[in-house]
Design a protein around this ligand. Structure first.
Ligand code: NDP
Length: 329
């Protein structure tokens, strides 16, 4: 049996990786480098917890795929996602956070110090652990979708909807997120096409009713997306397929994918409570998980708000919770 839960147990059992014999001891380990992780790092370093942060697979997190962030307080002119993440990183480093490139690949949270393996071969023992690994938006997997990401294709209406004020847009998905995004966009845009692959919506009844009552939302049941089309200016349209296999073209400027998120919690799931989707469960009003000394913040524990500012706020909570935990030892 593998010692730790790993990203790919089968693989590691078959091909055990060499683990460095030297174990590094860390007071406060932060995994993940989105707004939650960096804010936790700023607070933890200012509290003398000597935090070490591993940035993970996508340094800077989901915001690095967003062009302009206009809703983060304190940036009256807006800022690009990557620039904002660089600012947060610089701020965390200014107070002494040791920011490292690397991916946590396995954990053992059964007792303290917590054991974390990085990149499959570096072993860390941490007195406290802040999990800020975020969530990954699911995309359809089309080549054209990838091509126009950040140029009309988005997975966050609250972040990017404003750029399509008065224009026509499409949302794909039939769950609560898609319903919320469609109604939010309907208040900003001229027209919203809601593309649903089945002949019904999976969203809650109240959300379905809200969608159906919104005059500028047109629901396209039993439609799938074949291709997103555009030019140098970004997205200009979408080609759909209806239930008879016929192609339907809609002129749009924004294409919002709302087919669910995957919280990046796999390597912690053996030790922490997660909901049915995989979001880490924390105590109400705190970042505490069911393991003393392990804290979760940001999108990995938040299925509801998923905003940079709420992630940052929960990162602050996690650092304060970690400081109090370590102070009481
Ligand atoms: P869901 O998993 O509930 O819904 C995903 C939707 O995307 C489904 O309609 C699914 O279709 C569709 N979909 C999945 N893959 C594809 C694909 N490849 N092509 C086309 N369509 C696809 O995700 P949500 O993000 O909507 O919600 C996640 C959870 O969060 C849910 O429990 C939801 O209730 C909750 N939530 C609650 C909110 C609230 O209470 N205010 C707000 C937002 C979310 P199909 O049905 O055919 O599988």
């Amino acid at each position: 049996m593998a010692l730790f839960k790993t990203l790919d147990d089968t693989q590691s059992d078959k091909n055990p990786k060499k683990v460095d014999s030297e174990i590094e001891k860390i007071k406060c380990l932060i995994i993940g480098s989105g707004p939650a992780g960096y804010t936790a790092a700023i607070y933890a370093s200012r509290a003398n917890l000597n935090p070490v942060m591993y940035e993970g697979m996508e340094p800077g997190g989901q915001l690095t795929t967003t062009n302009d962030v206009e809703n983060f307080p304190g940036y009256p002119e807006g800022i690009t996602g990557p620039a904002m993440m660089e600012d947060l990183k610089t701020q965390a480093q200014r107070f002494g956070t040791d920011v490292r490139f690397g991916l946590a690949t396995a954990t053992d949270l059964s007792k303290r110090p917590f054991k974390v393996t990085v990149d499959g071969n570096k072993l860390i023992e941490a007195e406290s652990l802040i999990i800020a690994t975020g969530a990954t938006a699911r995309y359809l997997g089309l080549e054209s979708e990838e091509k126009f990401k950040g140029q009309g294709v988005s997975a966050c209406a609250t972040c990017d909807g404003f750029f399509y004020k008065g224009k026509d847009v499409a949302v794909v998905g039939g769950g609560d997120t898609a319903a919320e995004e469609a109604t939010y966009l309907a208040g900003i845009c001229n027209k919203v096409y809601l593309i649903i692959r089945k002949d019904y919506m999976r969203a809650s009844k109240v959300m379905v009713e809200r969608v159906m009552k919104t005059p500028n939302i047109e629901v396209l049941f039993e439609h799938t997306t074949k291709e997103i089309v555009g030019d140098f200016s970004g997205v200009t349209g979408v080609v759909l397929k209806n239930k008879n296999g016929e192609e339907v073209k809609k002129d749009i400027h924004g294409f919002f994918v709302a087919i669910g998120h995957k919280p990046n919690s796999d390597i912690f799931a053996d030790y922490l409570d997660t909901d049915e989707v995989g979001y880490i469960v924390t105590n109400t009003g705190s970042s505490k998980t069911k393991v003393d000394g392990v804290f979760a913040c940001g999108d990995v524990m938040d299925p509801h708000y998923r905003q940079a500012v709420t992630a940052a706020g929960s990162g602050c909570m996690a650092a304060i919770d970690a400081e109090r935990f370590l102070g009481a030892l």
